[in-house]
Design a protein around this ligand. Sequence first.
Ligand SMILES: Nc1ncnc2c1ncn2[C@@H]1O[C@H](COP(=O)(O)OP(=O)(O)OP(=O)(O)O)[C@@H](O)[C@H]1O
Ligand SMILES: [Mg+2]
Length: 355
Amino acid sequence: MSLVLLSALSTLNYRNLAPGTLEFPEGVTGIYGENGAGKTNLLEAAYLALTGQTDVSRLEQLVQLGEKEAYVRADLQQGGSLSIQEVGLGRGRRQMKVDGIRSRTGDLPRGSAVWIRPEDSELVFGSPSGRRTYLDSLLSRLSARYGQQLSRYERTVSQRNAALRAGENWAMHVWDEALVKLGTDIMLFRRRALSRLDELAREANTALGSRKSLVLTLSESTAPETYAADLAGRRAEELARGSTVTGPHRDDLLLTLGDFPASDFASRGEGRTVALALRRAELELLAEKFGEKPVLLVDDFTAELDPNRRQYLLDLAASVPQAIVTGTEHAPGAALTLRASAGRFTQIEPQEVQA
Ligand SMILES: Nc1ncnc2c1ncn2[C@@H]1O[C@H](COP(=O)(O)OP(=O)(O)OP(=O)(O)O)[C@@H](O)[C@H]1O
Ligand SMILES: [Mg+2]
């Protein structure tokens, strides 16, 4: 895949954003403005248009209050040619088009964007499911096959749960066989990817000036060698509970900072730093896989970070072909600076930025 640049982003009825088109140059675009101006909304719209993905469970939230439908469009420059990605939102549905042709998320370039934001701390302090989502979403972008196996696995888990609740003991060997096959694939893929992810996250953590070492490990509820036996061993319990408790859908990505699990012992700033290291590792892995660095979206470069770590984020943004960096202060050294206010974005001349 060749380099992807977001040359323009258009939105209509997207949260509080005024309808219109913003053009982005190569290098860093800095966006500053007061709380509630729409900075996060703009990055969220950009990420959606670039990747087709959003972490919002209710798509209606993205549609401006009082409206029924919303629309985002990314004009991408990709190896000398222009491509248009459109996402329409409405009635809880998402429709995508690439160059006018109806598409699915899987058809969009898989390594085109990384989004870094203060909420990433939830990766560290939140529940295992957030960390699994981080891992699964990254691995699905690295390998389409992983994504396929994962959705097959998840479907099998819910069908097996239904069979458990119905007390269909006689059918369990069929579900177990399917589960072991798919689940083993997932565990092996995760293990392979984790060794590189761990290396990259450690490096990033050190570069961030952390004096504590960071180690990533998988906490698995079972293992490929013992999966079938573990399922058989917990059959009675799973029948009683009506749910599958053994398998990679229960695994966790353990983040150990110094001698302790970061989830329980890290300070707020340390947690943000660990999350930053994970995002940096994500960026590097995607760059390794696709041969080009993704568009980097950085939300609130000032939040919870000391001056050194802010500088790290700004340096990271300057090191990729294109980045959009928001904050309540402006990012120094940006190629373009926009001021955000009430969902509108106006260009600020360089001399005004200095002032
Ligand atoms: N569906 C929606 N319709 C209309 N307005 C919305 C919708 N969803 C969110 N908003 C509004 O968008 C505004 C801007 O939110 P946003 O998170 O982008 O601000 P921000 O500039 O990132 O602020 P901060 O500096 O506090 O992070 C909020 O005031 C919110 O109420
Ligand atoms: Mg914000």
